[in-house]
Design a protein around this ligand. Structure first.
Ligand code: PRP
Ligand code: ZN
Ligand code: MG
Length: 224
């Protein structure tokens, strides 16, 4: 279902939301975010924003439901691997790496536990929201393990006796610190990226995307 207006999916709330809104504003997109709407229209160009959960953004792009999306590479890679596993569409085009949303996906364990390398994780249970990225890493290391899938509160899993270690996002490290955990292995480094669906675009949409990218280039350079 193609619309005339360019559709961009961004996170409704969370670590990327504010900076996405700020970036679009600096690119000259006028939007009124008040209210609890899922779709908001730009006032000064043929562009609509879809305000959704970040987890849904890669799939919306890969299914061709929206034209552009801003998403963390961690979420994007996790969904891509999951879709490959399920034989579902997993294609997208990377338009630009952005200058926010930086974090790393790390394996962490009890701070008093000794750690000398990935082989120490053999046959351990690891709690995570990113089972596919974790498995890709562990397979590469040749270390077998089991997962405990959690969509939140991953950091409490070891203390709660649910898992031996965790694999979760780390930004400042405060969450690990507060939970008596230490970072053992960084397995993925992530930033926010702007992605585009596969397939053809109308001339109007192509021109608008070009215009947005040029402005984005200017905005990001001005900050450097
Ligand atoms: C991530 C992660 C940790 C926290 C790490 O959660 O799951 O809880 O950030 O950040 P820190 O190193 O600065 O403490 P997020 O804020 O994405 O929320 P969520 O866990 O509810 O998804
Ligand atoms: Zn999420
Ligand atoms: Mg968290």
């Amino acid at each position: 279902m193609q619309t005339q207006r360019l559709r961009i999916a961004i996170q409704k709330k969370g670590r990327l939301a504010k900076e996405c809104q700020e970036l679009l504003k600096r690119c000259g997109v006028k939007i009124n975010y008040t209210g609890e709407r899922l779709v908001v229209h730009a006032e000064n160009m043929p562009l609509d924003l879809l305000l959704v959960r970040d987890d849904d953004i890669p799939g919306l792009i890969m299914d061709g439901v929206v034209d552009l999306g801003v998403i963390g590479e961690n979420e994007l890679e996790e969904v891509r691997l999951e879709r490959i596993k399920l034989g579902e569409p997993s294609q997208y085009q990377l338009l630009r790496r952005l200058d926010f949303g930086g974090c790393r996906l790390s394996i962490a364990l009890d701070k008093d536990q000794s750690y000398n390398g990935p082989q120490d994780l053999a046959n351990q249970r690891i709690a995570t929201t990113y089972p596919n990225i974790l498995k890709a890493y562990m397979d590469k290391q040749g270390v077998s393990f089991s997962t405990c899938m959690l969509n939140g509160s991953v950091e409490v899993a070891p203390r709660a006796g649910l898992a031996d270690a965790i694999c979760d996002l780390v930004s400042t490290g405060a969450t690990l610190e507060a939970n008596g955990l230490k970072e053992a292995e960084v397995i993925f480094r992530s930033k926010a990226v702007l992605i585009q669906r596969e397939g053809s675009f109308s001339e109007e949409k192509t021109a608008l995307i070009e215009r947005l990218l040029t402005r984005m280039q200017g905005v990001i350079q001005a900050k450097e």
